[in-house]
Design a protein around this ligand. Structure first.
Ligand SMILES: [Zn+2]
Length: 295
């Protein structure tokens, strides 16, 4: 046994990687990802109601202490909205953070050059790196979990927009005069298909959703994607997040069905939907991909 420990240590001392941080409304996760895109370790905790930074810093410190990998840089995927580069973040699902100075906090806690983007933007870069979208130049990545986010790679490049929020598909209106969204508008995709919204609509956690609920959510996601596909000329959508992955086939089939039914122009008609290839590691590998390619 001691010999085995020694050989593991020797191996990991020689490797390099990235510190990866995923910040969501339900959980905080910190991991180490190798330079070839392998998630080497992960620690996570529930997102507390208050002192979110205190909880995150504990995870960062613990991960930095335990890893034997030489860390080159840090990537952070965080719920939006935010200012470009994450100098100031105000995730809708984390009321504790309004105008929080995330970039400075992480850089000072880790001493690492840090790259921050919307969590779905991170996810799509990770999927292009080593997931379902390898070799695809024009793709949207979506996270359907506590909230609903999106990130777009167009012509092989992440689209950031003026303030870094491009791709925010959760606030595309899918039901005129629909449910009130946390953003203040009515009928946003997020107000109908996020985990929180599904719980509010059905009175049950999304884990206990019926097939009808899963199918309806897929239909609305498909409806939003038809418009986004028409705007951006995309060939693929990859979807992750606990709600989408938990819903599985009934959800993904309904998204594809709605795309096939509603998209009429030739260039939108071929658009495909797939689950993230990196599964539940997608957010952390995505965060690492921000550090890897200073997008
Ligand atoms: Zn909204």
């Amino acid at each position: 046994m001691p010999l085995r420990v020694e050989s593991n240590l020797a191996k990991t001392f020689n490797s390099t990687g990235f510190l990866a941080i995923d910040i969501g409304g339900t959980k905080l996760a910190v991991g180490v990802v190798s330079t070839s895109g392998e998630l080497l370790s992960r620690m996570q905790t529930q997102t507390p109601v208050s002192d979110v930074w205190g909880a995150l810093k504990k995870l960062i410190d613990a991960q930095m202490l335990q890893t034997d990998v030489r860390i080159e840089a840090c990537g952070v995927g965080c719920g939006g909205p935010m200012t470009l580069g994450g100098e100031s973040v105000s995730p809708l699902n984390i009321p504790d953070w309004r105008g929080f100075g995330l970039l400075a906090a992480v850089e000072s806690a880790t001493g690492l050059k840090t790259y921050i983007a919307n969590d779905a933007q991170a996810l799509v870069l990770g999927e292009v790196w080593c997931g379902s979208a390898v070799g695809v130049s024009d793709v949207i990545g979506m996270v359907v979990s506590t909230g609903v986010g999106g990130g777009i790679v167009l012509n092989n490049k992440l689209v950031t927009g003026r303030l870094g929020n491009a791709g925010h598909i959760g606030h595309v209106i899918v039901e005129p005069d629909g449910r009130l969204c946390e953003c203040g508008a009515h009928g946003c995709l997020e107000a109908h298909v996020s985990g929180r919204s599904i719980e509010a609509i059905t009175g049950k956690s999304s884990e206990h959703a019926t097939n009808e609920v899963k199918t309806e959510a897929g239909k609305l996601v498909g409806r939003a994607l038809v418009s986004v596909g028409a705007l951006m000329d995309l060939q693929l959508c990859v979807i992750g997040g606990s709600v989408a992955l938990g819903f599985g086939d009934p959800f993904f089939n309904a998204v594809q069905h709605e795309l096939d039914r509603s998209a009429r122009l030739e260039f939108i008609r071929g658009m495909k939907v797939l689950p993230v290839g990196l599964g539940d590691a997608a957010p952390l590998i995505g965060a690492a991909s921000l550090a890897r390619s200073s997008y």
